[in-house]
Write a protein that binds this ligand. Structure first.
Ligand code: PMP
Length: 433
């Protein structure tokens, strides 16, 4: 234990040689040196409970995943122009979790790259360029993914909305125009997509794709209103467009009641985009689509990806699916996530600053407000909460367009004892505000 560890030199080196438009979490940065399941350890020997890291889905350095990756890395890692069992084994196991129409896999190295590819495929299939996205959404950091991301193009330094991108209302039932007390909120938000499609038609244009997360992450940890995707997908399909579900944050059992977020809305997308949890932190992502979309994309131009689908990534993906199943993590996320939300709702009774508690399984948001009528965001109070929780050993983070939503999306092994401890400390921190 080095209590006097000082990061000045490390920060200076980082500043000198790492791109500076990359922020560092927390006022006093953490130097994390080890991870095990839901726990992270810093160089001073302190233990933190990770409440936000959804890529390390089945737990940091899960031994089954690490062993599978190590063994395959020691045997062979090469590209997909050679035959390899891991590639088809993984594709088969992955599509077994999806509706039968989603049967063709493309493997990439990041969610951004996968979204980029999904848009390219949609444009081939629909022979259109225009894409409908949700306001405040984030779909990644490649040039195309940025063009899908109001969170980026509308913010400071962003280049504004591209001509072929169209923003539909963020279906936020807490803060938006249609609220939780409106049983038709889903249809009403969906009507905004109809409006965009009609506007495009008037200009003689069509729709290549509609893309959204199936629970909104950066948009503010928001579950979609009932009936929303059913109405939107029907309208987009009728217009000849492709429906893309970005499951990068929420997939692989996180939402508890289902393996995939789109299942909560009882729809089948034409394309699903998978990332983060798929490789438990190993850089793996995927596009899974229908035969029709894949065939339209197969127009004579080869699609080759140097690292995508390599045997090490595939072994890792297989191990992640195995652990989710063997450890019953989807059911665990359902039970523990519900328990967590019940606890947060109890805190909401006591602390007026908690305006809303929402989520599904281990994808939870608590929106902090100064006033429950005006919904004025509790900023910077939320930052005080996050810093204080860090001091107490809980790593939390914020999201949402107003930066006032506490986001909770821990590794799936996060347990009831972790939940109880977090709730006790959060209660104390909120009481001391
Ligand atoms: N889609 C969503 C919903 C995301 O949250 C992210 C990453 N935060 C991405 C896509 C991009 O993934 P990656 O960072 O792996 O490129």
């Amino acid at each position: 234990i080095n209590e006097s560890a000082d990061y000045t030199a490390l920060l200076a080196e980082r500043k000198a040689h790492i791109g500076r438009n990359l922020s560092i979490s927390y006022k006093e940065p953490l130097k994390i040196v080890r991870g095990a399941l839901q726990y992270l350890y810093d160089d001073k020997g302190r233990t933190f409970i990770d409440c936000v890291n959804n890529p390390c889905h089945v737990g940091h350095c899960h031994p089954v995943v690490v062993k599978a990756l190590q063994q395959q890395a020691a045997r062979l890692n090469t590209n997909t122009r050679y035959l390899h069992d891991n590639l088809v084994d993984y594709a088969n196991q992955l599509i077994a979790t999806l509706p039968p129409s989603l049967e063709v896999c493309f493997f990439t190295n990041s969610g951004s790259e996968a979204n980029d590819l999904a848009i390219r495929m949609s444009r081939h299939y629909a022979k259109q360029k225009d894409v409908i996205v949700l306001d405040h959404a984030y779909h990644g950091t490649s040039t195309v993914a940025m063009e899908l991301s109001p969170y980026k193009f509308d913010s400071k330094g962003g280049s504004g909305k591209p001509e072929h991108t169209h923003k539909a209302l963020n279906p936020d039932m807490y803060r938006g125009p249609y609220r939780a007390d409106d049983p038709e909120a889903g249809e009403k938000y969906a009507a905004d997509v109809d409006r965009i499609i009609a506007g495009l038609k008037e200009q003689g244009r069509g729709v290549a794709a509609f893309i959204c997360e199936t629970l909104l992450g950066v948009g503010g940890q928001i579950p979609l209103p009932p009936g929303y995707l059913k109405a939107v997908y029907a309208a987009v399909k009728a217009a000849g467009g492709v429906c893309i579900a970005d499951e990068v944050q929420v997939g692989f059992g996180r939402v508890g009641d289902a393996f995939w977020g789109f299942e909560l809305q009882d729809v089948t997308p034409d394309i699903v985009v998978l990332g983060k949890p798929i490789g438990n932190g190993h850089p793996l992502a995927a596009v899974v689509t229908t035969r029709a979309v894949a065939d339209a994309f197969n127009n004579g131009l080869e699609y080759f990806n140097t690292f995508g689908g390599n045997p090490v990534s595939m072994a890792t993906g297989l191990a992640v699916l195995q652990v989710i199943k063997e450890e019953g993590l989807q059911e665990h996320a359902r039970v523990t996530g519900n328990y967590f939300m019940e606890g947060l709702r109890r805190l909401k009774e006591k602390h007026a600053i908690i305006g809303d508690v929402r989520g599904h399984g281990f994808f939870i948001g608590a929106e902090l407000v100064r006033d429950r009528t005006s919904l004025e965001p509790a900023v910077p109070e939320i930052d005080v909460v996050v810093e204080a929780m860090k001091q107490r050993g809980f790593l939390l983070s914020t999201d949402g367009p107003l930066h006032n939503v506490l986001k909770i999306k821990p590794p799936m092994v996060f347990n009831k004892a972790n939940t109880d401890a977090l709730l006790t400390h959060l209660d104390e921190v909120l009481s001391s505000l």
